[in-house]
Design a protein around this ligand. Structure first.
Ligand code: SF4
Length: 292
């Protein structure tokens, strides 16, 4: 594992100098970014994060149709959602595990939670047992609030579909819960490219959203040796990044993810591709060759 001292300068430089503007249009954050009102941004961010499995261009195409059906204010659409009247607007939706009834259930659950708490932030806070403790228990209750909402009647034999369950992974299952951590990053972090709308949560509590790109990058620069991408890997990587910036450990996520996603890193030594990379001094692919 690479020491915090060796990682600090290259990672800080990556965070500081990364061209965020050039990559926003290729990131899932571009969907909530389209909305200005905080309540619209909040609900679109959650819906986007829930569907953000697979490539952005693939789930983005499906999401475009959903957002068009929701109209100019997705928050108003959800608050006033009537499954009989509005459910048909999703009838052409299909994306991998998810079908129209999963979106109807999402809107019914979100509508009821918004009616009870006023906002998703307040819903999250209501299930947060320790606002200065780890984020896991609060995230578990937030996901369960959606899974245990009154949506069973929307499904055949009152059995919640696999697709709907897939929208809300539970931390207690041990998976990385990347999409939920990504949603929190968007809502909580105060600096670019994130929104900083949820002021009640400290960025220090966030965990890294680990997808295949972030996992590859973190392994390359010695932030983890774990083989399985799971909750523990996310905790381990975040704890090591917290040695660099304890107040905002997940700030490196966007730049790390897009360095790999854009092809600026191929997860192997490549004299041409690696030449401009500021992480070469800490990259395992260049171990023993740094001087040359
Ligand atoms: S040095 Fe090359 S392999 Fe290593 S992180 Fe940079 S681009 Fe990727």
């Amino acid at each position: 594992m690479t020491s915090a001292g060796a990682l600090r300068e290259p990672l800080e430089r990556l965070y500081r100098e990364f061209d965020y503007g050039a990559r926003l249009a290729r990131d899932a954050i571009e969907f909530p970014l389209r909305y200005v009102a905080p309540d619209d941004r909040e609900i679109v961010a959650l819906l986007t994060a829930c569907l953000a499995y697979g490539r952005v261009d693939l789930f983005g195409r499906a999401l475009e149709g959903v957002l068009a059906a929701m109209g100019p204010s997705p928050a108003a659409f959800v608050r006033d959602f009537d499954s009989r009247r509005d459910g048909v607007k999703f009838e052409r939706f299909i994306y991998r595990f998810n079908r129209p009834r999963d979106l109807v259930a999402f809107c019914v659950a979100a509508r009821d939670l918004l009616a009870r708490h006023g906002s998703l932030e307040k819903c999250f806070a209501a299930g947060d047992p320790d606002p200065s403790g780890p984020i896991g228990p609060a995230l578990e209750r937030f996901a369960r609030a959606f899974l245990e909402a009154d949506v069973r009647d929307l499904f055949p034999r009152r059995r919640i579909s696999r697709g709907y369950r897939h929208l809300f992974p539970l931390p207690s299952a041990g998976g990385p819960c990347k999409r939920l951590h990504l949603f929190l990053r968007w809502m909580v972090r105060r600096e670019r490219p994130d929104f900083g709308l949820w002021a009640s949560i400290a960025p220090a509590r966030l965990l890294m959203p680990i997808d295949t790109h972030v996992e590859n990058m973190c392994r390359s620069i010695g932030l983890t040796r774990r083989r399985s991408r799971n909750w523990k890997m996310s905790q381990e990587i975040t704890a090591r990044l917290a040695l660099l910036d304890p107040a905002d450990p997940v700030k490196y996520d966007f730049a790390l993810c897009h360095t790999r996603m854009s092809g600026d890193c191929r997860d192997r030594r490549d004299a041409v591709v690696c030449a401009p990379c500021g992480l070469r001094a800490v990259c395992r692919h260049w171990r023993g060759r740094r001087r040359t």
